[in-house]
Design a binder for this molecule. Structure first.
Ligand code: ZN
Length: 400
């Protein structure tokens, strides 16, 4: 199975480049809306057979051969033709999603400048080389600088440029096989994901969530509290949003985006590090209900972050060639003594495991991670296979 891996990087653009990108996005939006309005004008809703695609092809032909040549639309010629090819492709996809009874997407709507600042280009000659480093050559657009470099040479065909919260990004997909394989040791490790520290490894190492994340979260909370009464107008009573409210919501989006970025960056880096270091990684299955009940978890990195962590680990095993084992959620990793196997109650407030049988004293999370590491010895592991899908999930502890 071919696993795709997406690379997304922030672009470092000067004002000229920014307005060029804006123009490209505008052109893409124009083409999309143009195609949509022509299709809607000639459109028979009763027709379920799905001839939108053929009709869109006809509309595209008219656009290429006639519309683009009219003086009114001459401006469209300064932009890459791959932009409008891809805009038509997007429109086709949107219609087939809408026709698909399984997906039940909404009927495609006109794109608005406010919400849709993105466009796609591709190379018409197949895949192109994307070189390692802090510069990217995007087909038909040119070379641009990147905030963070691309880690290795890879190839891709389609590139999407988008603006989110005032920043420009480029993203493209590569197949996971292209990610260079690292040689790692034969080490095996248990990881306890957690309450106080983000992750505790059975070899004593600790992964802490970055302090910048905590700072950003506190800032966001303060801002939300200070602006708790701000509303974006009211459509029903026709009250327009105030300028300050609009400003605030823009700021809010930026702050949320920043938190997402810090978290994603942290998770990507730590999972890569783990993938490079260990041959076999064992982590606990995540217990949704338990986490919801436990507000303290949000201090570390929110349940969302924990899921993403596991997701990243499970798809990086394909690229790095280690084995990931998801340990049965009923395995009492916190309650068991890692030395003698004694099981005792461990309320969440107790940070230290003090064994009542053999007397060992150990940090709670470290004890749990050591138990996770040793889990395969007494049970059949539920390991995630190469496709990233889980094998038979055993609930309720059917192990011997
Ligand atoms: Zn003990």
């Amino acid at each position: 199975m071919l696993i795709m891996y997406a690379i997304k990087r922030e672009l470092k653009l000067n004002n000229k480049e920014k307005s060029f990108m804006k123009g490209c996005a505008g052109f893409s939006r124009f083409v999309y809306n143009h195609g949509l309005s022509l299709l809607k004008a000639t459109w028979d809703i009763a027709e379920i057979s799905g001839s939108d695609s053929k009709r869109l092809d006809a509309i595209k032909k008219v656009f290429t051969n006639i519309t683009k040549k009219q003086t009114e639309y001459l401006w469209t010629n300064k932009y890459s033709s791959r932009i409008y090819q891809n805009a038509f492709r997007d429109l086709k996809k949107a219609f087939s999603r809408w026709r698909d009874p399984k997906i039940k997407a909404d009927l495609p709507r006109f794109k608005k400048k406010k919400h849709n600042c993105s466009f796609t280009v591709d190379s018409s000659n197949g895949k192109v080389l994307v070189k390692e480093g802090k510069k990217i050559k995007i087909p038909t657009l040119g070379s641009f600088r990147l905030k963070e470099g691309i880690p290795y040479n890879c190839v891709s065909q389609t590139f999407t440029i988008s603006r989110e919260a005032g920043k420009w990004y480029v993203s493209f997909a590569i197949s996971a096989c292209q990610i260079p394989e690292m040689k790692h040791s034969q080490k095996r490790v248990g990881i306890d994901l957690g309450i106080k520290t983000f992750a505790t490894l059975s070899d004593g190492n600790i992964l802490e969530a970055p302090s910048s994340l905590k700072k950003a979260k506190t800032k966001l909370e303060k801002m939300q509290w200070r602006n708790r009464n701000k509303v974006l107008g009211n459509r029903r009573s026709e009250i327009l949003a105030s300028k300050n409210a609009v400003k605030y919501y823009q700021k809010l989006r930026k702050k949320h985006k920043r938190i997402t970025n810090i978290r994603e960056d942290f998770l990507q880096k730590t999972t890569t590090l783990l993938a490079k270091t260990y041959q076999h990684i064992l982590i606990e299955d995540l217990n949704i209900k338990g986490m919801m009940a436990n507000h303290k978890l949000s201090n570390a990195l929110s349940s969302l972050g924990l899921y993403r962590f596991r997701e990243l680990l499970s798809y990086k095993q394909e690229c790095f060639g280690f084995l990931l084992t998801i340990v049965d959620r009923w395995f009492p990793s916190s309650k068991t003594c890692s030395v003698c196997g004694n099981i005792q109650d461990m309320p969440l407030i107790e940070r230290v495991y003090h064994c009542q049988n053999c007397g060992q004293v150990m940090d709670r999370d470290l004890n749990a991670s050591i138990n996770l590491e040793g889990w395969m010895n007494n049970a059949d592991g539920l390991s995630v296979n190469a496709c990233g899908q889980e094998g038979a999930v055993s609930l309720g502890g059917s192990r011997n």
